[in-house]
Design a binder for this molecule. Structure first.
Ligand SMILES: Cc1cc2nc3c(=O)[nH]c(=O)nc-3n(C[C@H](O)[C@H](O)[C@H](O)COP(=O)(O)OP(=O)(O)OC[C@H]3O[C@@H](n4cnc5c(N)ncnc54)[C@H](O)[C@@H]3O)c2cc1C
Length: 476
């Protein structure tokens, strides 16, 4: 070992979670060490949220141009230069990268080590030539794409989120295995940019989302020309002169789908291999995942886990939220615990699909007989009409006392519109507050206010209120 380092905190992994812990610790005057084996910024910046949203942004421009005729404008579709689109994607990564760079974090007082880390003891981490002894250690190693055991897959070239943004040739026919958010975002981006796209899903697409809204989104994706096959079995994949053949079976029987490119987007698995967790006395569950409590402590109480590595919901905002919990626990010794009741997530297709808190099914299970479902369709929203963005609705779940349990939104800018429901959920607000403020007109956000207001409509026009109004009329 060429160097022994004593640190307050050692963070393994410089993605969304690890960077936030390291920055927070240094701002509190600690001496953090941050170990990263790959690119600073982790998955979100390099292979995840940022490139996927940049690619979708380009694709949405094609859709906007295609819809020009609706606005009385010429509808000449733009020429897609796929390699240039990918240059735009990498330009966006490059514009954000300085925020997550070694230079910035060194400037903040973080010691950054570029190496692969593993445990050497309950308080020790080895990273390259360094032995780091730290009072607290945070596992922030993220996740990697899982690859299903499909016969033939190991013998053919396929894309994952780690390689798809380096592909500069527009696929002639992109076959995507996996109909979750990543699969569908990539499907729509490639379709709008001109590829033929087929999505193969063993179960149901967007299974974690509200089925009513997910079905409306699927309708729209199919209208874009994306072939979506659910409930299928993949028997094998084969290399063919055109690219790849996928042999699938659905209700109609066995068939063969030939594509130029194959993208595997079938879920993600925590990066724990090679960490030598046993040397630090860190327990794992039957599936090899970390066992963490609500304070995000592993079975070694000095070692925490955040973000995708922790086994919780896999989102950048969750990794950042986890970092805050760990900073409070490890550095301030406050017993902060994770609470996912107001957890939001968004699929950034066009239209976007956003969720906060409980879905309808979860609400029904948690509060049987005490759930009211409120809806407001975007075709009744004046701004949506003006912008020809009427596909979708706001759906709200609330208890009979008006307490908000969850909200699902399908529509343009749903990822922005869900914020007011995140606020309602985290603040424990009732529908009266969401319905009662003055909203600017005409805005898409009015749909949320109207959905909340619809809770009171039956009460306003019930027999008791009518009698009261008749009485007041007689009196006055
Ligand atoms: C295509 C795609 C799109 C996505 N879009 C969104 C989105 O729109 N919104 C959203 O909220 N989330 C999105 N996500 C999820 C999001 O990217 C992750 O939830 C987030 O990056 C998790 O952050 P993290 O810090 O846990 O891990 P990561 O960002 O993956 O960082 C972990 C880091 O640890 C390093 N590492 C691993 N093992 C070691 C080791 N032994 N030693 C040293 N370093 C190590 C890795 O190299 C990596 O840099 C998307 C993911 C993908 C794949």
């Amino acid at each position: 070992m060429s160097e022994r380092i004593e640190a307050d905190v050692c963070v393994i992994g410089a993605g969304s979670g690890g960077l936030t812990v390291a920055a927070g610790a240094s701002q509190l005057g600690m001496k953090p060490v941050l170990v990263e084996r790959g690119k600073m910024g982790g998955d979100c910046l390099n292979y995840g949220c940022v490139p996927s949203k940049a690619l979708l942004a380009a694709a949405k421009r094609v859709r906007a141009a295609r819809d020009n005729a609706e606005f009385g404008l010429g509808d000449v579709p733009p020429t897609v230069v796929f390699a240039a689109v990918m240059r735009h994607v990498h330009g966006v990564i490059a514009a954000i990268a300085p925020q997550d760079s070694v230079e910035r974090f060194t400037g903040l007082g973080v010691r950054v080590i570029h190496a692969s880390a593993r445990f050497a003891g309950p308080r020790e981490v080895v990273a390259g030539d360094h032995l780091i002894r730290a009072r607290r250690i945070v596992i922030a190693t993220g996740s990697s794409p899982t690859v299903p055991p499909i016969p033939g897959l190991a013998d053919i070239p396929y894309l994952t989120n780690e390689t798809v943004f380096d592909n500069t040739v527009l696929p002639d026919h992109l076959i995507i295995i996996g109909g979750g958010p990543i699969g569908l975002e990539m499907a729509q981006a490639h379709r709008l940019l001109g590829a033929r796209v087929s999505v193969l899903e063993a179960a149901t697409v967007l299974a974690k989302d509200d089925p009513e809204l997910a079905a409306l989104l699927v309708e729209r994706l199919r209208a874009d020309g994306i072939e979506i096959a659910e409930g299928i079995r993949i028997h094998r994949v084969e290399r063919v002169p055109e690219g790849v053949a996928v042999v699938i079976e659905d209700r109609a029987g066995e068939r063969r789908l030939v594509g130029s490119h194959l993208l595997v987007a079938t879920g993600r698995r925590a990066n724990l291999d090679g960490l030598d967790l046993d040397k630090a006395g860190i327990a794992t569950d039957a599936r090899g995942g970390l066992v963490v409590d609500r304070r995000l402590r592993t079975s070694n109480r000095r070692i925490y886990a955040v973000g995708d590595a922790s086994g919780g919901p896999q989102f950048t905002h969750v990794a950042g939220y986890h970092a805050g919990i760990v900073i409070r626990n490890a550095l301030f010794r406050l017993p902060a615990k994770v609470d996912y009741r107001a957890l939001p997530w968004v699929t950034y297709t066009d239209p976007e699909l956003a969720q906060a808190g409980m879905t309808e099914a979860e609400a029904m299970r948690a509060h049987p007989g005490d759930v009211q479902v409120l809806r407001w369709p975007f075709h009744e929203n004046d701004r949506a009409q003006a912008e020809h963005e009427t596909h979708g609705l706001v759906k709200v779940l609330a208890r009979r006392n008006g307490r908000v349990l969850g909200a699902s939104i399908l529509g343009a800018h749903a990822g922005e519109l869900i914020h007011s429901w995140c606020l309602a959920l985290s603040g424990g607000l009732k529908l009266a507050t969401v319905a009662g403020f003055i909203a600017p007109y005409p805005t898409l956000g009015e749909a949320s206010k109207r959905a909340a207001g619809s809770f009171f409509t039956p009460k306003l026009f019930n027999d008791r209120t009518r009698r009261l109004l008749r009485l007041l009329a007689k009196l006055g």
